[in-house]
Ligand binder design. Structure first.
Ligand code: NAD
Length: 246
């Protein structure tokens, strides 16, 4: 199951995991978009279904997990990608706006992770990949609720890895840098774009395929001994200091 599978990074991960041979349930608040991604995968020769899922609603989370098991026999992989962007000064953000971002980006990851793990633990295996953000690792202006939610996802990932490792379930996070998606087209200003490009040793935004490739690795047998890790896929932004010409 890939939450947020209707658009952007989540849709690219759905298509990549299907190419890797997994049966994929694209689950998203955007039911039509999820169904479209599933149809695209089937057209490419893969196995997929789409479903409506609001990750903030425990009843819908349970229903989507049950559907995955019903359609495909088991739930072996969860990629928790559903998220909402926000760029607003900390001094201006309202409690309502704060709560709305935390509900999707952090509580939604917790609810889906808990429900998925409950199905993986009895089988003694499973892969969970939470999509965090570079904004959860660095203090980026305007990323008050968003950055806090993603920092929470990173800590949640480490706790889940510690608790679920003995049951054969790995839990890792990906911290993407800037990627051109519907979310960043809405949230990133020209100034944001210029700053991110200048801060990246690789000097550009990441591609959807590059993000999907990282998720594919963490879901694969090659990552069997990797858990509790935060994989930055960010063109080097998180780990580099000031950039200048030598
Ligand atoms: N694009 C980037 O540069 C970037 C960088 C860092 C992290 N991320 C993270 O990657 C993930 C995907 O982002 P994207 O850029 O592909 O955005 P996107 O807007 O293209 O996709 C996000 C998807 O999440 C879905 N969604 C939103 N709220 C939901 C809810 N309550 N329940 C279920 N689905 C919901 C949306 O319908 C949408 O399909 C997010 O978690 C985002 O925070 C993105």
């Amino acid at each position: 199951m890939v939450t947020g599978g209707a658009s952007g990074i989540g849709a690219a991960i759905c298509r990549r995991l299907a190419r890797d041979g997994l049966a994929v349930l694209a689950a998203d608040r955007d039911e039509v978009g999820a169904a479209t991604v599933a149809r695209t995968i089937e057209g490419e020769g893969g196995t997929a279904a789409g479903t409506r899922l609001d990750v903030t609603r425990p009843d819908e989370v349970e229903a989507a997990m049950a559907l995955a098991v019903e359609r495909f026999g088991s739930l072996d992989v969860l990629v928790a990608c559903a998220g909402r962007g926000q760029q607003k000064p900390m001094l201006d953000i309202t409690l309502e706006e704060w709560n709305a971002i935390l509900a999707v980006n952090l509580t939604g990851v917790f609810l889906c992770g808990q429900a998925a793990a409950a199905r993986m633990v009895p089988k003694g295996r499973g892969r969970i990949v939470n999509i965090a953000s570079m904004a959860g690792l660095r203090g980026i202006p305007g990323r008050c609720a968003y950055g806090a939610s993603k920092g929470g996802v990173i800590t949640l990932t480490k706790v889940m890895a510690a608790e679920l490792g003995p049951h054969g379930v790995t839990v890792n996070a990906i911290a993407p840098g800037p990627v051109d998606t519907p979310m960043t087209r809405e949230v990133h200003t020209d100034a944001t774009r210029a700053a991110y490009t200048a801060a990246a040793p690789l000097g550009r935004y990441g591609s959807l395929d590059e993000l999907a490739g990282a998720a594919s690795f963490l879901c694969s047998d090659d990552a069997a001994y990797v858990t509790g890790h935060v994989l930055a896929v960010d063109g080097g932004i998180t780990e580099s200091g000031p950039l200048f010409q030598l």
